[in-house]
Design a protein around this ligand. Structure first.
Ligand code: GBH
Length: 488
């Protein structure tokens, strides 16, 4: 056998045993980032005038909500260690840093027009200026789940007076920081805020108002988003020239089998999970399938009116088109089939989708919902392209959950393989993806999983009062992808 023949055979063999990664380059204007959220990293929960959010309040009252009884009191202590964070972000080589602002640092009472807390304002000024000094673009999430507890006292997102309070808060951020911040995300993951928080007990405020609370919350949230977007458009856009978006989480739902009913279930799941928010923002109003089903099921259940609230014509117009790009947080794929086996009333009965997974998928050991299914990202991006007419999409989160340890080879293969599918979506399918954000810079407070599920490119030692940070193997891999603009 000639030398080149044996090289060929060996390389074919290597391709068979390892997943073949795309050799495309990331387009010139494609941007890379890394993300965190205030409650998950900042700590300093009661410092410098900050009051309790619904997370502080609930976890202090009942620590058992969280698997290891952890909370965000100290977290990564980023309120004090922000300079070190900025250095880690700069060394990583990303274009932007996506972080969130804690509402209770800016307005301790939460109310529109209430007294601004200067110390809170100063903290984010230092962070933003520090990032810009190192050439990193700040991207601000206005709301990442930490509602002022003071506003929860009168119902939080279920009370429509929240809209004025939120819009005032958002507007204040535009005023304070908009000269330097040009990328705004109004909300991170409405599904989790509303369904998980108000209709279930997966996230604060743990209200468990099944089939009702989540829909009311989402309604007020979408109106808040629309009004904040229009406020920016009217008052700030011309001078500041920034962009405003909303970010929703989406699984890719793959039909479990070949049947028409499985296919319909998968499409319905996309509409119920992601379309619930993106359909109003992009096309105006909720997805027709949601309106139809919830109206009909509510009636059968004896409700006087649909559990899905109705927008007025004016609200539909206001919300339609309220985006400059769309954000998607994507981690994993699920299989969908038809099912009516749910309690009533509930989002799940309304959707009628049974969610399962394939036992062959590589599973995260610390986040049971998370499987490595890279092709799901490509299918999701193609679905968005078709459904919404190829809008600019920013992947605002994607990442893998491990336990402690610096040799995070599973995170490395997750990253390589998801980015590989992303490159195919861009180059072969012409999906309009403008950037990618890895969740997360640091190990942090992973909600009800506490500190047991680690998402960081950088490991944090939560037993050390200094919260020592150590880059993992994946940090170096992402760094190299960014500098070479391809997967290596
Ligand atoms: C994001 O949520 C959050 O934005 C971020 O704060 C968080 O730290 C990060 O991801 C990692 O979790 O139906 O019982 O199987 C991800 C949202 C959470 C959605 C888990 C799917 C599955 C719960 N995902 N959820 S279950």
């Amino acid at each position: 056998m000639k030398f080149c023949e044996s090289v060929f055979i060996i390389s074919v063999f290597i391709q068979l045993v390892s997943t073949e990664l795309s050799s495309y380059n990331f387009p010139e204007n494609f941007v890379f980032g890394v993300a965190t959220a205030a409650y998950q990293i900042e700590g300093a929960f009661n410092e410098d005038g900050k009051t309790d959010s619904i997370w502080d309040y609930n976890l202090h009252k009942k620590p058992d909500w969280v698997i290891d009884q952890g909370n965000g009191d100290v977290a990564c202590d980023s309120y004090h260690k922000w300079e070190e964070d900025i250095q880690l972000i700069a060394n990583l080589g990303v274009d932007f840093y996506r972080f969130s602002i804690a509402w209770t640092r800016i307005f301790p009472s939460g109310y529109a027009g209430s007294k601004i807390n200067d110390a809170g304002v100063i903290y984010y000024n230092k962070l933003i200026d520090g990032l810009l000094a190192k050439g990193i673009t700040p991207m601000v999430t206005i709301y990442h789940w930490d509602l002022p507890q003071n506003l929860q006292r009168n119902g939080g997102w279920m009370n429509e007076t929240i809209v004025d309070n939120y819009v005032f808060y958002a507007r204040t951020l535009f005023e304070l920081y908009g000269d330097r911040v040009k990328h705004w995300i109004t909300f991170n993951e409405p599904f989790q805020i509303c369904e998980s928080g108000y209709s279930e007990t997966d996230l604060a405020p743990f209200l468990n108002d099944s089939g009702v609370g989540g829909y009311i919350c989402a309604h007020n949230l979408l109106i808040s988003h629309g009004r904040a977007y229009r406020e920016y458009e009217r008052t700030f856009k011309q001078n500041q020239g920034g962009k405003v978006a909303i970010t929703a989480h989406s699984f890719w739902f793959e039909p479990q089998g070949e049947s028409d009913s499985d296919r319909a279930a998968a499409e319905r799941a996309m509409q119920f999970w992601y379309g619930w928010f993106m359909h109003p923002v992009i096309k105006g109003n909720y997805p027709p399938i949601m309106i139809e089903r919830i109206d009909e099921i509510s009636q059968k259940e004896g409700f006087q009116k649909s559990r899905l609230p109705k927008f007025t014509e004016g609200q539909i117009e206001m919300i339609r088109g309220s985006f400059d790009f769309i954000g998607v947080n994507h981690y994993t794929t699920a299989l969908a089939s038809i099912s009516n086996n749910f309690n009533e009333p509930s989002f799940y009965f309304d959707g009628g989708v049974n969610r399962t997974e394939d036992s062959n998928w590589v599973k995260s050991s610390t986040s049971t919902w998370l499987n490595k299914v890279p092709w799901g990202l490509r299918k999701l991006l193609n679905w968005i392209k078709q459904e919404y007419n190829n809008p600019p999409v920013l992947i605002t989160e994607n990442g893998w959950s491990s336990s402690t340890g610096l040799e995070d080879s599973r995170r490395v293969s997750y990253l390589n393989e998801y980015l590989s599918e992303l490159l195919k979506a861009i180059h072969e399918d012409e999906c309009n993806v403008i950037g990618y954000t890895h969740w997360s810079l640091l190990d942090n407070f992973e909600w009800l999983k506490g500190y047991t599920a680690r998402f960081g490119l950088v490991e944090v030692d939560f037993n050390n009062p200094d919260r020592t940070r150590t880059p993992r193997k994946s940090y170096g891999v992402y760094q190299k992808i960014i500098s070479s603009r391809k997967i290596n």
